[in-house]
Design a binder for this molecule. Structure first.
Ligand code: BGC
Length: 268
């Protein structure tokens, strides 16, 4: 039997039909949680993740919602509470890129990225926190009244030309997470971020799909390999579990050293 620090807990992972979100949903389930698999458009992807989770003997439920829309987020939480009664862990994972040189960037591209990556975290966190406060601590499952893990990025600290909307959204996630953590710690709610570096998923396919692109990417990763969704899943499980009960308001970088200024290994 594997170690199951999340046994008996209910989790919601946004954007869980592919990529990092799917990996996180699987890791939470392997650690004992039942998981709501939120998706925006890929019902087939979400159902595949649901199938993998139920094969592990856990419960899973796919729910469609665009996290940038208040009405859809409200309906998702309603459906989740009707099915499972409560929530212990929210993973604010849904995110996307709409890349453009700044001079060509449209307001639509800006709003889309801020809407999903940042406003989506506000909307989901708001409803999760209300439930955590209503229910309080359930000592049978956790020492905290609730846990939120925000999927940030190395780009919460690394500026990123050609991706101003994305970097601004992740910079926003940093202080959203820290301010929420500061405000809600007295209510025993823990909020932290995981900041992935380059993880092999559809969002950055162009950066790893050819040998040339991959070798150029690897010059930015001291540890010498691209990351996998399971690398992020393991970090999220730890932040969701009581093993990190004294950790609040932190960003855990899971990036193979990408934030270590790798170009300075040979210069400066
Ligand atoms: C981005 C990826 C990128 C990685 C490292 C992530 O946040 O979504 O496209 O490869 O950061 O730059």
């Amino acid at each position: 039997m594997t170690y199951q620090p999340l046994k008996g807990q209910k989790a919601l992972v946004t954007g869980a039909s592919s990529g990092i979100g799917a990996g996180v949903a699987m890791a939470l389930a392997a650690a004992g949680a039942d998981v709501v698999v939120n998706y925006a458009s890929s019902a087939a992807g979400a159902e595949k993740v649901v199938g993998q989770i139920t094969a592990l003997g856990r419960k899973a439920l796919a729910i469609k919602a665009d996290v940038s829309r208040e009405d859809e987020v409200g309906a998702m939480f309603k459906q989740m509470f009707a099915a499972w009664g409560t929530l212990d862990i929210l993973v604010n994972n849904a995110g996307l890129q709409q890349d453009s040189a700044f001079v060509d960037m449209t307001l639509e591209q800006w709003n889309k990225v801020i809407g999903i990556n940042l406003t989506g975290m506000f909307l989901c966190s708001s409803l999760a926190v209300k439930e955590f406060i209503r229910r309080g601590i359930n000592a049978e499952v956790s020492r905290a009244a609730g846990k939120i893990i925000c999927m940030s990025s190395v780009h919460e600290v690394i500026p990123w030309a050609g991706h101003v909307n994305y970097a601004a959204s992740k910079g926003g996630v940093k202080l959203l997470m820290q301010s929420l953590a500061q405000e809600l710690a007295p209510q025993k709610i823990r909020i932290n971020s995981v900041a992935p570096g380059a993880i092999q998923t559809p969002i950055n396919r162009a950066a790893w799909e050819t040998p040339e692109a991959l070798s150029s990417l690897l010059t930015l990763i001291p540890y010498g390999r691209i990351g996998l969704p399971e690398d992020i899943g393991k970090a999220v499980v730890w932040l969701a579990s009581d093993d990190s009960d004294y950790v609040s308001g932190q960003t855990l970088f899971v990036d193979g050293g990408m934030t270590l200024y790798p170009e300075f290994a040979r210069g400066g």
